[in-house]
Design a protein around this ligand. Structure first.
Ligand code: NAG
Ligand code: NAG
Ligand code: NAG
Ligand code: ZN
Length: 410
């Protein structure tokens, strides 16, 4: 060989920089749209949603994976912020708590108008790209947030919700979660109940993206089959590479491919390597794998920043996306494939969801009278306890009278 051995390390160093430079160049025109970030949860936990607390200043906040300088360094151009309320609020104050998380997202946009632009459609994302701002959208994480009400679903849509994750890590009365597949929870709906099907149809009608992160495999299959529009996994990785039930199995990746849907890869170590430790290269393996099985059009990013306790070395916070993109370029992804994973794939899905929506069609009404809706799972009277504890004295009296009357009629 004409080159000396000493030249190769130099070549390696230079090309490494070149991939990073190309990543940055690409991201200047096509920044990343991330599917899931839990900063609003951190704001609640650490500051009780008091955004004016000087410690919560998003410019200097440094206890989180996300802050304004890191978003800028990471070329984040759009973020679905998670409006999340834990499963233990189900049948209690989940609706109120969800509204408060939507409120804190909207206040972020108001307080930092130079950085965030709250938008509710695909055109809004593109506008934010042009203005160099972070398009901010609301993703509601967990079907318990609608408290089994199509009315609440519609109202959340009007407040800006543009995806709903059908479950968090608990069943709703109408959809099963991933813990059913580990045996920790019992299947209740075998996927989607008939009310669950009405929820999916109403989401299609409204133009809310169906998110299948956190749901059981049967729920994935049912929703992929029923939905008129493509769906997303806002923060899930590939089951074949790490056998965790939060990840997407191969036969579902086939359905993703057939429906033009999207898997936004989660960076949480436990879903990437199934171990406490992971690295950037292993996340790239998931992106490669989903591309191989479902096509480059099915790949996206859903880092789960500020929702997880352990992140891969090389992807410690939201400033690191360009390093991951450089790794994809190193693995010979084409520019078009990279732009797809960064933003174009999500824009394609979102536009298809918008096109499939039909606001002229009459709203779906509650298919079952509220009082009868899976009464065993749902307390109509709000706060905790079994429904019987909350029977009003009047209702109790009425039941007794009815009982006596029916006895008389016998
Ligand atoms: C955050 O801090 C910066 C400077 O450190 C200041 O200019 C800005 O007004 C603060 N923003 C809020 C909302 O407190
Ligand atoms: C984080 O910010 C606080 C004040 O906002 C500052 O006192 C502290 O030194 C910072 N820590 C790091 C690691 O930058
Ligand atoms: C990432 O982790 C894997 C598995 O531990 C290891 O084989 C690989 O060398 C690591 N890659 C880098 C770049 O550190
Ligand atoms: Zn989650």
């Amino acid at each position: 060989m004409w080159t000396g051995w000493w030249l190769w390390p130099l070549v390696a160093v230079c090309t490494a920089d070149q991939f990073r430079d190309n990543a940055v160049r690409l991201m200047q025109s096509t920044p990343v749209i991330d599917g899931h970030n839990d900063l609003p949860w951190q704001l609640l936990k650490n500051f009780n949603n008091q955004l004016q607390d000087p410690r919560a200043n998003l410019t200097s906040l440094n206890s989180t994976h996300t802050n304004i300088p890191k978003l800028k360094a990471g070329f984040v151009g759009a973020q679905f912020w998670s409006a999340y309320t834990p499963c233990d609020t189900q049948n209690k104050d989940s609706v109120k708590r969800t509204l408060e998380q939507i409120d804190v997202i909207q206040r972020m946009c108001q307080l930092y108008p130079e950085t965030f632009l709250c938008v509710t459609d695909s055109a809004g994302i593109q506008q934010a790209f042009q203005e160099g701002k972070v398009a901010s959208l609301v993703g509601v994480e967990g079907g318990h947030s609608i408290d089994s009400s199509l009315g609440v679903l519609r109202a959340l849509y009007h407040l800006g919700m543009r995806y709903l994750t059908l479950t968090h890590s608990c069943n709703t009365p109408w959809a099963d979660n991933w813990l059913v597949d580990t045996g920790e929870d019992e299947a209740q709906s075998q996927g989607l109940s008939s009310f669950g099907q009405s929820v999916v149809k109403e989401m299609n009608r409204l133009g809310v993206i169906i998110d299948l992160a956190h749901v059981s495999v049967a729920t994935m299959e049912a929703a992929l089959q029923l939905s008129k529009a493509p769906v997303i996994f806002s923060h899930s990785s590939a089951y074949s590479l790490c056998h965790h039930r939060r990840n997407v199995p191969d036969h579902v990746l086939q359905l993703v491919k057939q429906t033009g849907s999207l898997v936004m890869v989660n960076f949480y170590n436990d879903y990437v390597s199934c171990k406490a430790e992971a690295n950037l290269s292993q996340v790239a393996d998931h992106l490669d794998y989903i591309k191989k099985v479902a096509g480059a059009g099915a790949v996206g990013f859903g880092g789960d920043y500020d929702g997880v306790s352990r992140l891969p070395s090389g992807l410690e916070d939201v400033s690191k996306y360009p390093d991951l993109v450089a790794e994809l370029l190193r693995r010979q992804w084409t520019e078009e494939e990279v732009r797809g994973a960064l933003a174009e794939n999500l824009l394609r899905v979102f536009k298809a969801v918008e096109q499939a929506s039909d606001h002229k069609q009459a709203p779906g009404e509650e298919p079952i009278p509220l009082g009868q809706l899976e009464a065993s799972c749902r307390t109509k009277y709000g706060y905790s306890g079994t429904p019987s504890l909350h029977l009003q004295p009047g209702a109790l009296l009425a039941s007794l009278v009815t009982l006596l009357l029916s006895l008389c009629l016998l």
